[in-house]
Design a protein around this ligand. Structure first.
Ligand code: SAH
Ligand code: SF4
Length: 402
């Protein structure tokens, strides 16, 4: 069952104003300076804004009780704290939520860009799956997002904005904030916080290849990990890449989050077809980059994602080759049942075959949880994300796979 919901019309008073939600300290400082805050106060005022936006989830400047009335009015006249606009919210039978979000149009864009963000609640954690690009330039044969042309990279604020918006919608800010003097939050059916943090993990596994938007994703994750704000430990942030090898060591040094690799095949001839970036950076180079990833240990392992495609990559021989390939790398193997989408030529592996595969991997000493598909009824599962605003190119892509 899904509950599509139209978004509220943006507050006309704030619709056109640039949003400060999702900016880093430097940009917040510049925004304060532009409304006349003197240089000597900038650091202190920036810290106040930071805390209101990222620790308390303010959606209105008028909530900022320790900021002078004049400055609040000055900020409200020039800026907003708007999040990306919700076009549709869907709630799956299993509690998974998917938001289709509309972003402000970029300079030369013809269509209004849209992205998807997914929240997956589990008993002991809540994972937010966020997008890093609108569409994807890569064309993995089993991925719905890959049927969408790349429109553009997301800005830092658009990446952070997905987390702010999700926390608004699921009531994940400290108690007593939501609904206070904020027309947007009120229109968005406020949910009371239980005091327990709901989003405990963030994964860059939505639309796009995050390492192709390196700087914006890195700067966004620095905001997410900042202890004075959203304060999510880097060990609870995972970047998933299809294997942009040259950027992997740089990501380790400059961002230092957990890493997931979309492996999906153990031989170059097959991986060339499934994950075409393999033609540029073959498996041996990818493995070398993984081995060198900073800070690896048994407590900090790389996750290898492996989508189970019937009669393509799911044989016993594949399982054995996988173990050999990963020898010596602190690794977890995440077996993902293929999530079908309209127009795909792939089929999901039989359940018994997935279990057989998992057992071989388990016996070799690797944790290999089979990822339970979540939110399939609302097309929110891995690889199903794709905003409808963008032209399909499935035929071109499938031709490449054949
Ligand atoms: N572009 C990045 C991150 C986004 S994809 C990457 O490829 O790693 C997130 C994960 O979902 C990847 O492991 C991807 O291979 C997997 N995936 C894509 N399509 C899928 C599908 N139809 N079924 C199951 N998993 C899929
Ligand atoms: Fe892009 Fe990742 Fe999908 Fe491949 S799996 S097309 S890299 S989003």
């Amino acid at each position: 069952m899904s509950h599509p919901q139209d978004s509220s019309t943006p507050d006309p008073a704030t619709a056109a104003k640039p949003s400060l939600a999702g900016l880093d300290r430097g940009r917040l400082g510049a925004a304060l300076s532009a409304v006349g805050v003197p240089q000597v106060q900038l650091k202190m005022r920036t810290a106040q804004l930071w805390s209101w936006i990222y620790a308390r989830g303010a959606t209105s400047f008028y909530e900022m009780s320790d900021v002078s009335k004049e400055l609040r009015a000055g900020l409200a006249a020039a800026y907003s704290l708007n999040r990306p606009e919700i076009v549709r919210e869907q709630i799956s039978q299993d509690g998974t939520r998917k938001w289709l979000l509309r972003l402000a149009r970029g300079g030369d864009e013809v269509r209004q860009p849209e992205i998807e963000t997914v929240y997956i609640p589990e008993i002991d954690r809540g994972t937010l799956c966020i997008s890093s690009q609108i569409g994807c330039t890569l064309t993995c044969s089993f991925c719905h997002t890959g049927t969408q042309r790349l429109v553009r990279n997301l800005e830092m604020a658009e990446i952070v904005g997905q987390i702010l918006l999700a926390r608004d919608r699921i009531g994940d800010w400290p108690a007593g904030r939501i609904g206070e003097s904020s027309p947007r939050a009120e229109a968005a059916a406020p949910v009371r916080s239980t005091g327990e943090r709901k989003i405990t993990n963030v994964v860059l596994m939505g639309m796009g290849e995050p390492l192709y938007n390196f700087n914006n994703v890195r700067d966004a994750m620095a905001i997410v990990a900042d202890g004075d704000g959203l304060a999510l430990s880097k060990r609870r942030i995972t970047l998933s890449t299809s294997g942009v090898v040259p950027e992997i060591p740089r990501w380790g040094e400059e961002a230092g989050t957990m890493l997931a690799i979309s492996l999906h095949a153990v031989r170059d001839d097959l991986r060339d077809k499934l994950v075409p970036i393999n033609r540029k950076y073959p498996i041996a180079e990818l493995m070398a980059a993984c081995r060198a990833y900073p800070g690896l240990s048994n407590a900090r392992r790389i996750t290898f994602e492996y989508v189970m495609l019937k009669d393509v990559n799911d044989s016993v021989a594949d399982a054995k080759a996988l173990i050999k390939l990963l020898a010596g790398i602190p690794a977890k193997i995440n077996l993902i049942p293929f999530n079908p989408w309209p127009g795909t030529t792939h089929a999901a592996s039989e359940w018994e075959q997935i279990e057989r595969f998992a057992e071989i991997v388990n016996r070799a000493g690797y944790a290999s949880p089979v990822r339970t598909p979540r939110g399939r009824d609302i097309m929110a599962a891995c690889g199903q994300l794709r905003s409808e605003s963008i032209k399909l190119r499935a035929r071109e892509r499938q031709a490449a796979f054949r």
